[in-house]
Design a protein around this ligand. Structure first.
Ligand SMILES: [Mg+2]
Length: 252
């Protein structure tokens, strides 16, 4: 079980040089708009010299707008790790990932469940991952027909993605290329709300779970097992609460 965020001590707060956060469920409100408190918390981190990056299942254009709004200067990881940039003005990083496994999986699922599988509107902006919605067929049932592809559930949509691709692995691969290249995983704090953030929680020692009351019980259990700290408040309010605690602890 994670500890309360209040257990984040000044020495750890001062050690953190990079915060990487999920967006939906983590920096949003219960109504699914961007949380102003979360955006303000990000701005304050950047002001205090802590670089902030994003790691989301969203397509890149919908993250670049968030990054611009919040004044984010760190890496932007889109499509659950499939696509990334070192900074918002940089070129796409060459990660070598392919969309072919996701396309094959989509065709298979559409063949098996023609009425249930719906492609999402922003798929045209996606390069590696495919976002889908399933109407009436359980995720576990869909997964049982797939072998060489990831099927992720963000709580907002399902994602088909090349096997092995994850937010955590992509962040790890980018780490040596961020800033002067001297960042270690111990200097990173990762934030997320769901099972699509598990790879971040597993690969980085300092992680914060933001409470998302909409998370199904089984998924909640899985994220509780791997996150180090947890917020009290939900959604973007929880994110802001933890960040403000870290900023205060840095001054202590
Ligand atoms: Mg999320």
């Amino acid at each position: 079980m994670p500890q309360s965020y209040q257990q984040i001590r000044p020495d750890l707060a001062l050690q953190i040089r990079l915060v990487v956060t999920d967006v939906d469920g983590t920096m949003t409100t219960a109504e699914d708009s961007m949380s102003l408190a979360a955006l303000e918390a990000v701005r304050r981190l950047e002001e205090q010299g802590v670089v902030v990056g994003l790691a989301s299942g969203r397509a890149l254009p919908r993250l670049e707008s968030v990054a611009q709004r919040a004044g984010i200067t760190g890496p932007i990881i889109a499509e659950n790790g499939g696509v990334a940039k070192l900074t918002r003005d940089d070129q796409l990083a060459d990660l070598g990932y392919s969309r072919q496994p996701a396309i094959r999986a989509l065709e298979k699922l559409k063949g098996l469940f023609p009425k249930a599988i719906e492609e999402t509107e922003d798929d045209k902006f996606r390069l590696v991952d495919i976002g889908i919605k399933s109407h009436g067929v359980e995720t576990a049932e869909l997964r049982s027909h797939l072998d060489d592809v990831e099927l992720l559930d963000s709580g907002y949509m399902l994602h088909l993605l090349q096997k092995g691709v994850s937010k955590g692995l992509t962040l790890m691969r980018l780490l040596a290329r961020i800033g002067d290249g001297s960042l270690s995983p111990e200097e990173v704090m990762v934030f997320g709300d769901s099972t699509t953030d598990m790879s971040l929680f597993q690969l980085f020692p300092h992680s914060v779970l933001i409470v998302n009351p909409r998370l199904p019980a089984k998924q909640r259990q899985a994220v509780l097992e791997v996150a180090e700290y947890i917020s009290d408040l939900t959604f973007g309010d929880g994110f802001a609460q933890v960040v403000l605690h870290i900023l205060d602890a840095r001054k202590a």
